[in-house]
Design a protein around this ligand. Structure first.
Ligand code: SAH
Length: 356
């Protein structure tokens, strides 16, 4: 890449299909493909070294490579105990030689730990956007596609080739532990997916109700609960969160701890206003149902909703119902999903914990 005056700006990976035509890979000019592959290997080693310093030993699942945040735009790798789960989001990262080099370096670095298998997970929509031929999710190395892993001492199932689009929400690992610190009494986990928050709440609470609209997610949640016996049993409910919260409020139900972790409402900047209305409706209803001294853990994974937007929404919800809300913690994504200053897109998760 060159400036208008012909000054070299660095090297980028290109795509002839994506709206993002170029993704910077280096500020120097790479002379050939060999140098590119060498640089990729080095970035993989650096990403692993960073996790080895930061991720606690009891976390058996964490993000190893987070695309731009690790200087590897378009590549995501998660570790679930002995399985590495890889996603390629761009034409360049999906190139066979590039993928091979990344996998070889990963396996070399983990040779002494029992990492035995590599699975590639495919999001058909992304392949379409990059005009890549359709391909199934599949096993690339080793034999195992499913496992059980622990985070914060709680065990979860992982199935790398199941129909579910995602694995776990590893970006919430540290927020699960934070939520657990404040949780008490009767708890409600709205948008519970496979039970990430609910299982943590169950360690501290007398009762836990958890709601999601996805039957397959709830089935895994129940299997996860069975892996962690000896706590109050969780009531898993299938339903629409908005309807459930409305009906619960009408029925006068109250809780001491509520977690809200909805899917991204703002998929683009254009629907920011609608998204904020959605967040406000949820948070308003949750605040109303909390007993005095209750705790709200409220999240947004929409990149387009800024920290300031999210806090404003919450402030206005609290004001509408005249409740005094104290901020306990203002959190983001776990450290294995690094936020890079200068790449705003790397910060997307908001998690606010407050006392009502
Ligand atoms: N808290 C979870 C992640 C939640 S992801 C964890 O930490 O693992 C968002 C979840 O919201 C998904 O499981 C999806 O099935 C669910 N969902 C989406 N729309 C919903 C709705 N209207 N009502 C209830 N659940 C919904």
């Amino acid at each position: 890449m060159q400036s208008e005056r012909g000054r070299p700006l660095g090297s980028a990976l290109s795509s002839n299909a994506s709206q993002i035509a170029l993704r910077m890979i280096s500020q120097s000019v790479l002379s050939d493909e060999g140098e590119l592959l060498g640089l990729l290997r080095q970035r993989v080693r650096e990403a692993i070294a960073y996790r080895r310093r930061l991720v606690p030993a009891d976390a058996e699942a964490y993000r190893l490579i987070f695309s731009e945040a690790d200087g590897l735009p378009g590549l995501i790798v998660d570790r679930y105990r002995q399985i590495l789960s890889l996603q390629t989001l761009t034409q360049a990262m999906d190139r066979a030689d590039i993928k091979e080099v990344a996998i070889a370096e990963l396996l070399e670095q983990f040779a002494s730990e029992a990492v035995s298998s590599v699975v590639q997970r495919v999001d058909p929509r992304i392949r379409e956007l990059e005009q890549l031929p359709p391909a199934p999710s599949r096993l690339l190395r080793g034999e195992e596609t499913a496992t059980v892993y622990a985070i914060n001492g709680i065990r979860f199932h992982y199935d790398g080739l199941s129909g579910q689009k995602t694995g776990a929400f590893l970006d919430q690992r540290e927020n699960y532990a934070a939520a657990q610190r404040y949780a008490h009494g009767s708890a409600l986990d709205v948008f519970c997916y496979q039970g990430g928050f609910a299982l943590h709440l169950a360690r501290k609470c007398d009762s836990v109700t958890a709601l999601d609209s996805s039957r397959p997610a709830l089935e895994v949640a129940e299997q996860n609960e069975a892996l962690n016996p000896g706590r109050p049993s969780i009531e898993w409910m299938e339903g629409n969160a908005f309807d459930f919260l409305k009906d619960s409020a009408t029925a006068g139900r109250e809780y001491d701890t509520i977690v809200l972790d909805p899917p991204a409402f703002a998929k683009s900047r254009r629907n920011l206003e609608t998204a904020l209305r959605g967040y406000k409706e949820l948070n308003l209803r949750a605040l109303r149902m909390l007993r005095r001294g209750g705790v709200l853990v409220t999240c947004s994974c929409s990149y387009h909703v800024s920290d300031a937007d999210f806090l404003d929404m919450l402030r206005s919800a609290a004001a509408d119902i005249h409740r005094n809300v104290r901020l306990l913690e203002h959190r983001g994504q776990a450290q294995d999903h690094p936020t890079v200053l200068g790449i705003p897109e790397t910060h997307y998760l908001k998690c606010v914990i407050c006392s009502v």
